[in-house]
Design a protein around this ligand. Structure first.
Ligand code: SF4
Length: 340
């Protein structure tokens, strides 16, 4: 199959079976593509959809995002994880507002200089947003290409990645760039599943090397294992005489950049008692155990502020603190008043 046959078969399939009404396809603006592609990194379409709708409703343009209050922005992102993505969006929106008149750049060179925009996101903005011929290489596209060409090993290994970019560029059609970009992602998402690909429905089956040799279990290869570390945090619960709870803002470099949390410490304070059930929280490289604990000490040395449970709804809280706040809402009577 030549590269033009590849795109022809893929586009014919897309016209009949592709996704045409995702929320970010309704108005295919480069801004919507940028936001959705950033949200979709490491996150499923079904999870992203409600976040995207809320986000665009509140921040309908680059300028609205550039002028956003950071806490409010984090609140709209809270629960999606990988919080640095939200910080990069904010930083990039400010740059676009100042340097590009509020218009998402339409050249690769300008896009790639923005914080948080890598080669694939730039390609998605240019192809889906501007209908220009640039390759996208997200997880779905990588899987399809690895299988179609029988590329063994982990797709993100340097050698494989280089080959995949080169193939993705070679396969680009001369026209219908927007549809081709969407089609290449859709085939991976809808047909060439990680487990049990639906090869009988695939427009590329005739030339697919993985189908030919039935190597679905080994192609694409798995990511080399990174060790998941275990950590325990004590979440300090301390309220003032107005029944407001003490929260701290996490540093930019930590696990939850710029999010508010109940103070999290790794050593149990001497003067404290257990009040709520400990719970587990999974991050990419950490399995956390969070132990909410009533803290009796007056002095908290890190910068902090007090908030009512109601006011916390307006903050960007990390997920464990949201969970604690929700529990406190439900069982306030069990928590004695603390003086801080
Ligand atoms: Fe994937 Fe099967 Fe299509 Fe090959 S034939 S690209 S393995 S769905």
């Amino acid at each position: 199959m030549t590269s033009s046959d590849f795109s022809k078969h893929l586009l014919e399939w897309y016209d009949k079976f592709g996704r045409h009404s995702l929320p970010w396809q309704l108005e295919q603006s480069p801004y919507h593509v940028w936001i959705s592609e950033t949200m979709l990194q490491q996150t499923q379409v079904s999870t992203v959809t409600p976040y995207f709708k809320r986000f665009i409703h509140r921040f309908p343009s680059v300028c609205a995002l550039a002028q956003a209050d950071e806490d409010e922005l984090m609140r709209y992102w809270s629960g999606l994880g990988y919080y640095r993505r939200a910080m990069y969006l904010h930083q990039s929106a400010k740059i676009i507002q100042d340097k590009h008149n509020g218009l998402v750049p339409d050249t690769y060179d300008n896009l790639i200089q923005l914080p948080g925009i890598g080669r694939s996101t730039a390609g998605a903005i240019l192809s889906l947003g501007y209908n220009k011929a640039f390759p996208i290489l997200d997880g779905n596209v990588k899987r399809v290409l690895c299988r179609y060409y029988g590329i063994k090993g982990w797709p993100d290994a340097t050698k494989n990645l280089k080959q995949l970019w080169s193939l993705a560029e070679t396969l680009l059609p001369q026209n219908r760039s927007r549809d081709y970009g969407q089609a290449s992602m859709d085939l991976g998402a809808l047909v060439c599943h990680k487990k049990k690909p639906k090869c009988t429905q695939c427009p590329l089956q005739a030339q697919c090397q993985t189908f030919r040799y039935q190597e679905f279990d080994t192609i694409p290869g798995k990511k080399p294992k990174t060790k998941i570390k275990k950590k325990t945090f004590y979440a300090l619960l301390q309220q003032n005489s107005e029944h407001q709870w003490l929260l701290t803002k996490q540093p930019k470099e930590g696990l939850w950049p710029n999010l508010w949390t109940f103070p999290l410490i790794e050593t149990k304070p001497e003067s404290s008692s257990y009040v709520l059930q400990p719970f587990k929280h999974q991050l990419t490289h950490y399995q956390l155990t969070i132990i909410p604990i009533l803290a009796f000490e007056r002095a908290i040395e890190i910068p902090h502020e007090h908030f009512s449970l109601q006011a916390m709804k307006q903050l960007g809280l990390n997920r464990p603190s949201q969970k604690i706040a929700e529990t406190l809402m439900l069982q306030p009577a069990q928590i004695p008043l603390m003086i801080s």
